[in-house]
Design a binder for this molecule. Sequence first.
Ligand SMILES: Nc1ncnc2c1ncn2[C@@H]1O[C@H](COP(=O)(O)OP(=O)(O)OP(=O)(O)O)[C@@H](O)[C@H]1O
Ligand SMILES: [Mg+2]
Length: 845
Amino acid sequence: MRPPPAPARRRRRPWGTSASLPPGSGPVRMYPGIRSRTRPGSGNGNLAGKTWVNLLEMNEICSRCGADLPPEARYCPRCGAPAQMPVSAERKVVTVLFADLTDSTRLASALDPERFREVQAGFYRAAAECLSALRGRVEKYVGDAVMAVFGTPHAHDDDALRAVRAAWEIRDRAARLSSDMDLAAPLQVRIGVDSGPVVVGAGPADQLLVSGATVNLAARLQQAAAPGEILTGETTRQLTQGSVAFGPSRTVEAKGFVEPVIAWPVEGLSERSTRRTIPLVGRRREMTLLNETLARARETSRLHLVTVLGEPGIGKSRLVDEFLESLVDVKVLRGRVSRFEEDTPFAPIAEMIRREIGASQAPAPDDERELLRSTLEEVCRAEEVEATAARLELALGLATEQKSDRPYRVAMVRTGLVTFLERLAAAGPIVVAFDELELARPELLELVEQVASRGRRLPALLICSGRDEMLETRPGWGGGLPDALALRLEPLPAADSVELTRAAASALDETTAERVARHAGGNPFFIVETTGMLLHERAERATSGLKDDETPPLPATVQAVVAARIDHLDAASRDLVRKASVFARSTFRTSELALVAEPTEATLACLVEEELFVQDGERPEVWRFNHEVVRDVAYDSLPKRERLRLHLSIADRLAEEDRFPASLAYHLERAARASLDLEPADRALAERAADALLRAGDIARRRMELRTAVDNGGGHAKPAYCAGSAKPATGSATSPARGASSNGRSTSRPTTYGPEASRIASSATSRSTSTPTSTARRSISRRRYRPRERFRPATGISRSPARFWLRGGRLTCAATTRARCGCSRKRSRPRARIPKVTRGRKRAR
Ligand SMILES: Nc1ncnc2c1ncn2[C@@H]1O[C@H](COP(=O)(O)OP(=O)(O)OP(=O)(O)O)[C@@H](O)[C@H]1O
Ligand SMILES: [Mg+2]
């Protein structure tokens, strides 16, 4: 259903009803074309409650021909295209690839047109095959170039790597094509790859349209590449540097880009290696458990199966690596499921056999057969050698298999492998490890389970590690097997997280280390990547850590992992995660969620199941994001127009309540930020946000709040607008900058009022006319701030009006922190209630 026409001012509805969104928004959807009906800037000074009407009163237009659609129209009156096409625009980080056949004009003039067409078609076919094998989407063919996108419709955490691999394949296939087609000169391609944010939405012919500078940059990189060269942009390099070897970077002139662009030539593909020289932190119990299980397997001469599960980046592979490396006198066989060999289900088994027989990764078939036989002759009985070799050759892809034998393939490989393992185990205990089993095909999982059950009499430890999704494909994994245990890795405890942060970046100061650790929520991958990025930035900018108001950066690698997780949710859950990200804190209530989305029990349960949301044990109506990075990534994926709409809907409700200036200022500031990006000329919302920040700051100043309280305050309280009652309880304010988890662990998130406030303020004050804001500014600039307020001016904006907005923002937090702590204006705070604040004060002194 199309949303109803927008009234200028809505009647107030009870909190938590879905109709509480601003007009023109509809429940959840964005239509392909929206147009501002009222020009911005027509405010009459009484901005509160009006600005958003100007910005959001939008007409729906036909996505195909652009004609205005009458209300309730189901088809466009001009071109007949269906009007209700709820294709939501989405911000995503994708990787774009352009591959262009070089010198095609010369080729075209040298060949008969029909022959040239065959060459062209051969190239397109080869490119499309390489791309689709790696889940890339061919977007379009332009001349002799192919454009493909990795990351739509679903993101993978390794989209950038897939794109580089596809580029590599395309280049090789083009070279082979010229020999296959007997061309006089070899076919060469220039390839450009870049990763970055884009908006994906419906295009004019109902197809998906990918828009953003990333697309243009990938095209420019392709143009700058030499024949046969693959050039990537900086973000792609960051995302793939663990698996790709790059040559020295160079700057290229990219038409349309103001700055020269840094380009990285791809020199080779290497094995994935995420491990850095950071010592293992924590995980002592898990290590002990693995050691004890191996000792038990040795003692009882029975195979033990240990499954290590956990979310992406939690340290499964690292734990297993460390355990395997610590083993002495134990034979270890390892196999990792590759993301790129989706058609060879037994690849990990082939990998472990190859290592054992001493074959290289791509040996000649005859050499491999020879090596296999000689190894089996050493370890097996003479009568077993032939049969076992034939069975293992199936796993190595060396045997020619009859069609009728296919159903028995798993059984044959299993028998061969069990015999092989039995003979190896005769000399001493063995450990067999499979990693990344969530990517394994069902045949492999079946085989591993069968090996575990058939090889029960072996002194062996079978370690299987994989992400939690593994249980989705095989919920009964390990069930029914004796001596099987599953271990789920939990996030590192707070102290270990800080230790890891310090170990990963000893140059960071203590506060920054703590903030990074807290922000990462105990996920080692997030910590390692974030510290890596901070160190990199530090080297570049010579900064000494995070500034007071700075959020830890979100590395592209982390963003890719989290975005892939969000992207694979069902539509309702994905929508809820994104919309929940507009709340200032990581913690929110069901009734708050209902302001912006339609949370159902099933959706919330799904998000808890996926470990994106956590429900408070004592107060079931309170939720939080599992990691703050999830919130950040979800927020990044919200289209700006959607952010604007959601923040304004909440701000509008808060303005009606007139009780929570801090929250109001936060939402208006965020809305203003989106509005300025979308319509820089429209200052109305920036004015309103500046007013709100000033007002909130003023209130806080009157309460004489200290900065230290802001920095150290925690906890959350029930905001009035979610209580269902008109009046909130005293002191139950909500902070825009802070939140705390239900278990008392702080999940505080610093706001970024500083630069934004300055930007909004300067934007708001760039008008010369006297506005309420400028009057307020004049009045506030006459005020003297007492030294005890201890505010540091933001870099570069000291003495400017923006400073006061900055202060306003700061003080806003202070006000709510104070209210939250339940402190009256003059009384000193009881230590027991706010120990953190008190400690923070001491530190600040
Ligand atoms: N306890 C730890 N101490 C130090 N570094 C760790 C620890 N756990 C993980 N890491 C580091 O964090 C990064 C991610 O770890 P790892 O690759 O093991 O995660 P994973 O759970 O296997 O992720 P995925 O699901 O993507 O396979 C690696 O760089 C690893 O070295
Ligand atoms: Mg892993």
